[in-house]
Design a protein around this ligand. Structure first.
Ligand SMILES: NC(=O)C1=CN([C@@H]2O[C@H](COP(=O)(O)OP(=O)(O)OC[C@H]3O[C@@H](n4cnc5c(N)ncnc54)[C@H](OP(=O)(O)O)[C@@H]3O)[C@@H](O)[C@H]2O)[C@@H](O)CC1
Ligand SMILES: Nc1ncnc2c1ncn2[C@@H]1O[C@H](COP(=O)(O)OP(=O)(O)O)[C@@H](O)[C@H]1O
Length: 286
């Protein structure tokens, strides 16, 4: 990423110039060049969260996308996203073969915190691919010591950050840079602290601020979309810091573009707009 000089401890401001893009694709490119994102989650009652994530990964250029979810959700997943390989798993041992084939793991959207979700999260945590942890993966992490593999990203909203840090949501909001940096250090991962003015922190203390976005984004599933975007950028070779900076910026700019239409922004509206913005920033063909 171009390193704009930052005065003192000021965060890097994410904009078109400061976020690093994806390289153009060669004319001989094939799907095997762009990674395989596996999204794990979607317990009974929250099955849509994994589909939002998988759709975003597909629309941001991942070569292959799989979902591992409750068997009850497979038919709906295939009907909505025929491009995605949708596997029903009743227990963690059914995850093993698909985990081995994936290059990036996204875990947490709609995962739940019951035995099913806990066992899938343990299996994912034992894998060594770069990972994106969100939602219930973070709620479980707050209760159980688990290590994230190197090159991973966690994406708490202020409520999840508060649970991880054992403090109130208000305390997180009162010192967002401090909370983001602390989580990045504690989990040796890049931390995206979501909410108006999302922050990206890394374990070395580096901090970036995204001033884009729109209050129309305050609705269900927008964070699930972000996880898929980040998974796709990791799968296409960006490291955790670059993927987080580009992904957060694209997601917020897409929210802004759609937000002008007013309230009622559906999370699934976002993916095609993120695709447009990604092409404007990093064209697929030179
Ligand atoms: N279609 C589906 O299947 C969907 C499934 N989903 C799944 O549902 C599960 C539960 O996830 P969740 O995030 O709704 O619940 P939870 O962690 O209790 O957080 C809520 C509390 O956190 C806080 N808070 C959050 N943001 C804040 C901010 N910016 N600024 C300040 N505070 C903020 C705020 O706390 P409060 O202010 O109310 O104290 C808020 O009440 C999870 O598995 C997820 O994947 C969802 O993704 C939706 C779509
Ligand atoms: N007022 C806002 N301004 C900018 N971005 C927002 C605003 N409200 C929500 N967002 C963004 O929308 C997403 C919401 O994610 P999250 O709270 O995890 O929702 P969910 O769990 O329903 O998917 C985050 O990326 C957050 O930064």
């Amino acid at each position: 990423m171009p390193q704009t000089k930052q005065p003192g401890n000021a965060p890097l401001r994410l904009d078109r110039e400061t976020v690093a893009g994806l390289p153009a694709r060669s004319a001989q490119a094939h799907k095997g060049d762009f990674g395989h994102v596996l999204v794990v989650g979607g317990d009974l009652g929250t099955g849509g969260a994994v589909l939002l994530s998988a759709e975003a990964a597909l629309r941001c250029g991942a070569g292959l996308v799989s979902v591992a979810t409750r068997p009850e959700h497979v038919a709906a997943g295939l009907a909505r996203l025929p491009e995605v390989m949708c596997l029903g798993v009743s227990s963690a041992n059914q995850l093993v073969s698909v985990l081995e084939r994936a290059s990036v793991l996204v875990v947490g959207p709609g995962l739940g915190q019951a035995a099913w979700g806990r066992s899938l999260l343990s299996a994912v945590a034992n894998a060594d691919q770069p990972q994106v942890w969100d939602a219930d993966a973070l709620n479980l992490l707050a209760r159980t010591p688990l290590a994230l593999p190197s090159g991973s990203i966690l994406t708490p909203h202020p409520g999840e950050a508060a649970r991880l840090l054992g403090i109130s949501t208000e305390a997180v909001q009162a010192d967002r840079p401090g909370a983001a940096r602390k989580l990045a250090r504690r989990y040796a991962s890049v931390c995206v602290l979501k909410g108006a003015g999302s922050l990206v922190a890394d374990p070395s203390g580096r901090l970036a601020l995204c001033e884009r976005g729109h209050p129309a984004m305050a609705g269900a599933g927008l964070g699930d979309v972000l996880t898929g975007v980040l998974g796709a950028l990791l799968a296409q070779g960006q490291d955790a810091w670059r993927a987080a900076c580009l992904g957060v910026w694209l997601h917020a700019c897409a929210g802004e573009r759609l937000g002008v239409e007013g309230r009622g922004l559906a999370a699934s509206d976002l993916a095609p707009v993120i695709r447009e913005l990604l092409e404007e920033h990093s064209a697929c063909q030179a």
